[in-house]
Write a protein that binds this ligand. Structure first.
Ligand code: AMP
Ligand code: ZN
Ligand code: FE
Ligand code: FE
Length: 304
């Protein structure tokens, strides 16, 4: 046993756009030597129970979480620009009425949006909405990966990533965006539900060569005022110059930092379980900042 435990705090199951069932995800994490796993499906808590029960059976640490889809309007020199921000909410109350309502609203809008995208795509490629919905379970969250999988099944593209680079890309004529919560409202709501909040893969679109003086510092400060607790700095999509800036920002605003894989299953994304880890000290801060639902730590890891 290594003395540095592996704490992977951002993974997806097939309750959103991951490929593994929650139970299989836990099994695979255990096999790969992960010590604590957080299940953070997009806009749903549907996989929590299955994940929690399996983790307990395997004596794997488990933290229930949600990756909430949100948007912010950022002021730039060229006017205002809408960006998508993913907020990781750790240990929110599962039955918090307003959170339940808002998540359902986002999921419903995601279904409509996916359906409209498919209506555009099926004019040019052999996919259909009915074939896609056959592969989706109630309560789970639909995203572009479900359309990507249909394009793979139809032989149009080789894998999910190829679909995201072409037909499903944000700049593609087939792309439509979904309704989502405002970022600051989402942070306040998640905090109200007893969650610790962390920005997932912050600044992942930070262009190489751009100066850190161009970063939206104001927006980060507003998020802190709304109750933000942490930043997911160690994530493969966060560029190195951005990481330095984020670490310094976390330090000066008393935020913790996390490291995670954002695993979506083998073939879902290249991200592998346990490829990044959160430190014990930061994990303790995350637990101390959250109280809405139970986590599980096996005997032997209770010292965490
Ligand atoms: P959507 O939420 O519908 O806009 O779809 C974007 C989501 O697809 C992101 O949360 C990504 O994590 C996920 N995704 C899964 N596989 C891939 C992939 N191969 N390339 C890009 N994004 C992916
Ligand atoms: Zn995803
Ligand atoms: Fe994300
Ligand atoms: Fe994610």
């Amino acid at each position: 046993m290594s003395n540095q435990p592996i704490l992977d705090l951002h993974t997806h199951s097939n309750r959103s756009d991951g490929l593994d069932s929650p139970a299989y995800l836990m099994t695979r994490a255990k096999q790969l030597g992960v010590d604590v796993l957080a299940l953070a499906d997009h806009d749903t808590t549907d996989g929590w129970k299955e994940g929690f029960d399996k983790a307990k059976e395997l004596e794997l640490g488990f933290v229930p979480a949600i990756e909430i889809s949100t948007h912010s309007d950022i002021m730039t020199v060229n006017g205002s620009r809408r960006i998508s921000v993913h907020i990781l909410a750790y240990r929110p109350e599962q039955n918090h009425a307003r959170l339940v309502h808002e998540l359902a609203r986002t999921r419903d809008s995601r279904v409509l949006r996916a359906k409209r995208m498919v209506e555009l795509i099926e004019k040019d490629y052999p996919i259909s909405w009915s074939e896609i919905t056959e592969n989706i379970r109630p309560g789970s969250t639909v995203g572009r990966p479900a359309i990507a999988d249909a394009l793979v099944r139809a032989g149009v593209v080789e894998d999910r990533s190829k679909a995201f680079e072409s037909i499903l890309h944000k700049s593609s004529p087939y792309y439509i965006s979904e309704h989502s919560l405002n970022t600051l409202e989402a942070i306040e709501l998640a905090r109200d539900a007893g969650a610790a909040t962390v920005i997932a893969h912050p600044l992942m679109d930070f262009p190489a060569g751009k100066s850190v003086s161009d970063l939206p510092t104001n927006h980060f400060e507003e998020m802190v005022e709304a109750g933000l607790n942490g930043l997911e700095v160690e994530h493969r999509q966060v560029p190195e110059p951005a990481r330095e800036w984020l670490r310094a920002f976390a330090e000066s605003h008393d935020l913790f930092t996390t490291g995670s894989s954002d695993y979506h299953g083998v073939g879902g994304k290249v991200n592998e379980l346990g490829e990044n880890s959160t430190s014990v000290e930061n994990f303790r801060r995350l637990l101390a900042a959250s109280s809405g639902s139970d986590y599980y730590l096996p005997a032997g890891l209770e010292w965490l």
